[in-house]
Design a protein around this ligand. Structure first.
Ligand SMILES: NC(=O)c1ccc[n+]([C@@H]2O[C@H](COP(=O)([O-])OP(=O)(O)OC[C@H]3O[C@@H](n4cnc5c(N)ncnc54)[C@H](OP(=O)(O)O)[C@@H]3O)[C@@H](O)[C@H]2O)c1
Length: 277
């Protein structure tokens, strides 16, 4: 039996559907990515987004600054907020430490916040109101839905509570009537939680944090972690855990592809929401 949750396959299906919708639009949508500094991983992520954006039929504007004053950056974002031709704005993280991340992220207009990282979009998500959902959590939800994984009343354990991944996922899953536990670096006896999880989602960034003895037999394992060791990518869950589980995402090829397609879907959603205002 195939136990792999194939993120690439789901991504390709979603991409095809999205492109059909985009083709019907009378105007071309534009996604702007703002990056500051020289983070090597960011450069790879920006080029992946650019590639996918162009493939699905969006314009992609890459605004890169080696260095920029915070007030100047805020002014630039405000200008983009007011520009009718711009559909979505991403501020690439991490930002250099001299910049106030929260102030900058929260300057992005809530309607154009296609990364779903503004305070307002997070509040809407918690309150079950319509919002732009952060891309990785949205991608995880899409994978669970695509594989018809029942969530109601299920014991779900998330390891990692970041505002980017774990925290939004906690609310998304709670909103679907799952019983959700959120673990983090101060959690004592992590195994006592993971071992009882019907669905285990790990977003930490530590290779092999979860070993096969920490997994409940027959459970569903979603590995968000990306760890590069000797130029090879690994997740946070030891790959041998698939023998114990019923389904598992691989790394690479699981959650990763879903993040980028979710961003592309958010651009179309942002456009539609503004049109219907
Ligand atoms: N596949 C994708 O598209 C995608 C997208 C985003 C991120 N990622 C990957 O996902 C991972 C997490 O990303 P992130 O941005 O959420 O990272 P992050 O902001 O560094 O958060 C890591 C979380 O893990 C928790 N943690 C650290 N050590 C732990 C331990 N020993 N036991 C339990 N919890 C522990 C931390 O707890 P505290 O809160 O107590 O510090 C924190 O909540 C990274 O590998 C990242 O590269 C992948």
């Amino acid at each position: 039996m195939n136990k792999i949750i194939d993120g690439k396959k789901v991504r390709d299906e979603r991409k095809e559907k999205l492109m059909e919708e985009i083709k019907k639009l009378k105007e071309k949508l534009t996604l702007v990515d703002i990056s500051v500094g020289d983070d090597a991983a960011s450069k790879v992520y920006v080029s992946q987004k650019e590639k996918m954006a162009l493939e699905v039929g969006y314009n992609f504007l890459n605004l890169h600054y080696d260095k920029i004053e915070e007030d100047k950056l805020i002014e630039k974002i405000e200008e983009l907020n007011n520009d009718e031709n711009i559909t979505g704005i991403i501020v690439q993280l991490p930002l250099p430490s001299y910049l106030n991340k929260d102030r900058i992220l929260n300057t992005v207009s809530v309607d154009k916040d296609v990364d779903g990282l503004t305070r307002e979009n997070l509040t809407r998500l918690v309150k079950k109101e319509k919002s732009l959902i952060p891309c990785t959590p949205k991608g995880v939800m899409t994978l669970l839905e695509s594989y018809h994984i029942d969530l109601i009343g299920k014991k779900i354990v998330i390891v990692g509570r970041s505002e980017l991944v774990g925290l939004p996922l906690f609310h998304l899953l709670l909103n679907k009537d799952a019983t959700v536990t959120l673990c983090h670096s101060k959690t004592k006896d992590l195994k006592s939680y993971t071992k009882n999880a019907d669905i285990l989602i790990v977003a930490v960034g530590k290779k092999s944090l979860i070993t096969s003895d920490m997994v409940k037999p027959g459970s569903v394992l979603i590995d968000v972690g990306i760890n590069r060791v000797d130029n090879k990518l690994y997740g946070d869950i030891e790959s041998s855990s698939i023998e114990v589980a019923s389904l598992m995402t691989p790394v690479p090829g699981g959650v990763g592809p879903m993040t980028v397609i979710s961003l592309m879907e958010n651009v179309l959603e942002a456009y539609k929401a503004r049109k219907n205002k």
